[in-house]
Design a protein around this ligand. Structure first.
Ligand code: SF4
Length: 313
């Protein structure tokens, strides 16, 4: 899948040939620095695109339908909220301040499923209970709720049409650490009990490790490494993944976190060859000239790096 934007500086290659597979009931963590294309990828999957799109192509297959080619009204009728829903980054801060939260949770059912209000309210109430909110919260306004409660409301809204996949874009980044832990426990419970698939987007690889069965590491609009959480966390192959893990503070031991040298690349003019080459300590001549292929150093662990195959072998 590819998603490029038109800007005054030129074409931004936000998502560039990303290949991701999400199995039923599986949580895939998508990690990487800010601006690496994580959120653009989420928008591409649910086909919520800004007006300055320059290119949106490839295949996003769900139950045999290619979302990329589906007309907007069909995406609205068949896919968005019903099959794939999303919790946007900072969504809890954009709850409508003058509408009771219960009604906001029920709104997708009233608007998209054309359900009558009583029935929609009943389902919304069930979902709110499912995410740990008390019945009386239904009739409160957003300003009467704590940050953690608002995030639960937004998660209930994402679940209200029983989607198969929920995309969570930095769902805990605006919360303090103790509330963050509660929301992570809630997400793990929902995954277990509802058997839904999740795409969990975060800049924090440690947080991703808490819920993910599989981890995809994004750099400069590309997935540079993907594998089981165990493979990526315990045996990272791509030099960027290794740096990300070394930059994560450890609770035990003497090891100090390291910085990743350099700055993230400009997606209007990404570096030639391997996009990580200006920051990579293992850089070779081929890395500057040719984009690496996707190699499989271990079964189901895929890496975009010349250290693991191709002309470097
Ligand atoms: Fe480093 Fe080369 Fe691998 Fe890129 S392809 S990560 S520059 S070794």
């Amino acid at each position: 899948m590819r998603l490029y934007y038109k800007t005054v500086r030129g074409i931004v290659r936000a998502v560039d040939d990303v290949d991701l597979n999400v199995e039923p009931g599986e949580a895939v963590g998508v990690v990487g620095e800010s601006g690496c294309g994580k959120t653009s990828m989420a928008n591409a999957i649910i086909k919520m695109l800004p007006s300055n799109v320059a290119l949106y192509d490839g295949r996003i297959i769900l139950d045999g339908l290619n979302i990329v080619e589906l007309p907007e009204d069909e995406v609205r009728r068949k896919v968005r909220w019903r099959q794939i829903s999303i919790v946007f980054q900072g969504a809890m801060n954009v709850l409508n301040p003058v509408i009771k939260v219960g009604h906001q949770v029920a709104e997708p059912l009233i608007i998209h499923a054309e359900m009558d209000r009583d029935e929609a309210y009943k389902i919304a109430m069930e979902k709110m209970k499912l995410v740990g909110l008390h019945e009386e919260v239904f009739n409160r306004y957003p300003h009467e709720l704590s940050g953690g409660m608002k995030q639960r409301v937004v998660i209930a809204m994402a679940l209200v049409m029983n989607p198969k996949i929920v995309i969570l874009d930095e769902p805990t980044s605006a919360l303090d650490v103790s509330i963050q832990a509660q929301i992570m426990n809630l997400l793990k419970k929902l995954k277990r009990e509802l058997n839904i698939s999740m795409i969990f987007i975060t800049h924090d690889i440690a947080l991703a490790s808490d819920i993910s069965d599989k981890i995809a590491v994004m750099y400069a609009g590309q997935v540079v490494e993907i594998g089981s959480a165990e493979q990526v966390l315990l045996s990272p192959k791509h030099p960027y993944t290794q740096k990300l893990l070394k930059a994560t503070p450890k609770l035990t031991g003497e090891e100090k976190p390291e910085f990743i040298p350099g700055t993230p690349p400009d997606l209007v003019n990404p570096p030639s060859g391997c996009r990580f080459h200006p920051r990579c300590t293992y850089v070779m001549d081929i890395c500057r000239e040719k984009e690496p292929g996707r190699f499989e150093p271990e079964k189901s662990q895929r890496v975009m790096c010349w250290l693991y195959g191709g002309e470097n072998e």
